[in-house]
Design a binder for this molecule. Structure first.
Ligand code: GRG
Length: 334
């Protein structure tokens, strides 16, 4: 069973320590805060609420005039940081709705259906995932705002706390919302399908190598867009199941070393396609072998723990049904 106290202490220490890891992640503070807050939420620890004010202040201050969020205050908007900002608002039950943000996301879509990260034009199925999942979060939040009796206003983006229905995460995005905002769902599905390879995987861009984490991204998009029927789930299952190494851990692609984060990316994708053909007990044992003596998890046994691997390890243990942890949605890691 997970020693929760140890990991909570690890998180507290990590927050207070201004070391190289802290300064080198300055540009992506929204990411590290998501890993931190989400870990606390999955661990069901109240320290989550002790950091709430500073987290929400950071999120609010990272919202730019173009409607996107930056990785930290004063940084340019990207779809990656916009998605993590929305995840943080979700974690704290603070609904967000802004036409400006919806337009920021929609304007990142190219004619071929893919999404770019920002104005500089890099493409990667990670960005499709962040864009589509962000639209789904905003859609659910918009409904929650109206249901709680608040009126949507052009001047307001962050609304009073209210109940956000976690069950809706696994449901397809509302067709009404898609129409209202003018999102080209078909173009998005087509791009994802074009990134599919015959070995059963998906790559970063059309024609690039299959990778377990990109499979996660593509499967999660297809789930939200209600298009999982378009793919051969048995082949995807085979690609992912072959990622399990003799020590129980999973790698991301052929001939590569295992990394504890793939426990999440691969297992979550398998759950979404309704197939769990890996050896779960062996995977659990591998995850625990990556646990740091003083808390945290590392990519593989004996390495230095960090917040990223901590969150994805705890989330994986949650998916594996470990006792005392919050239920985790596999597509949103929330
Ligand atoms: C729902 C939490 C959530 C996120 C949605 C940002 C994102 C969207 C997904 C990221 C998926 C991704 C591509 C993760 C990267 C995993 C990783 C450790 C990549 C390292 O790549 P290599 O080539 O590693 O260094 P390998 O293991 O292939 O050698």
């Amino acid at each position: 069973m997970l020693d929760k106290k140890k990991h909570i202490q690890y998180i507290k220490d990590a927050i207070e320590t201004k070391d190289l890891a802290y300064y080198s992640t300055e540009q992506s503070r929204i990411f590290t805060i998501y890993w931190t807050a989400n870990s606390l939420k999955i661990l069901k620890d109240d320290f989550l609420f002790e950091i709430k004010q500073s987290v929400i202040e950071l999120v609010k201050s990272s919202l730019n005039k173009d409607g996107g969020f930056g990785g930290n205050i004063g940084l340019g908007s990207t779809i990656l940081s916009t998605f993590h900002a929305l995840q943080l608002l979700w974690i704290y039950g603070i609904p967000f709705y802004s036409k400006n943000t919806i337009n920021f996301i929609l304007n990142l879509q190219s004619d071929d259906g893919s999404f770019e990260n920002d104005e500089w034009g890099e493409k990667d199925t990670r960005f499709d995932c962040c864009a589509v999942l962000s639209l789904h979060l905003i859609s659910i939040m918009k409904d929650a705002i109206s249901r709680s009796g608040n009126v949507l206003s052009e001047e307001v983006s962050f609304y009073p706390e209210c109940e956000l229905n976690e069950n809706l995460l696994s449901k397809p995005i509302s067709e009404e919302f898609i129409k209202e905002i003018g999102f080209d769902k078909t173009k998005s599905i087509m791009h994802i399908l074009n990134c599919y390879n015959l070995d059963g995987g998906f790559g970063q861009i059309i024609g690039s190598e299959s990778h377990a984490a990109q499979i996660f991204c593509c499967v999660s998009v297809l789930r939200v867009l209600d298009a999982l029927v378009c793919v051969d789930v048995e082949r995807i299952n085979d690609f992912l199941v072959y990622r399990q190494c003799p020590n129980g851990g999973l790698n991301g692609r052929l001939e590569k070393k295992e990394d504890v984060c793939y426990s999440f990316w691969a297992l979550a994708a398998l759950i979404m396609i309704g197939s769990e053909g890996i050896d779960k007990e062996a995977l659990k044992a591998f995850i625990y072998s990556c646990e740091g003596e003083n808390g945290g998890f590392s990519d593989r046994s004996g390495n230095e723990p960090d917040l990223y691997h901590l969150m994805f390890s705890i989330a994986s243990l949650g998916l594996l049904g470990e006792e005392g942890l919050k239920e985790v949605d596999p597509g949103f890691c929330l």
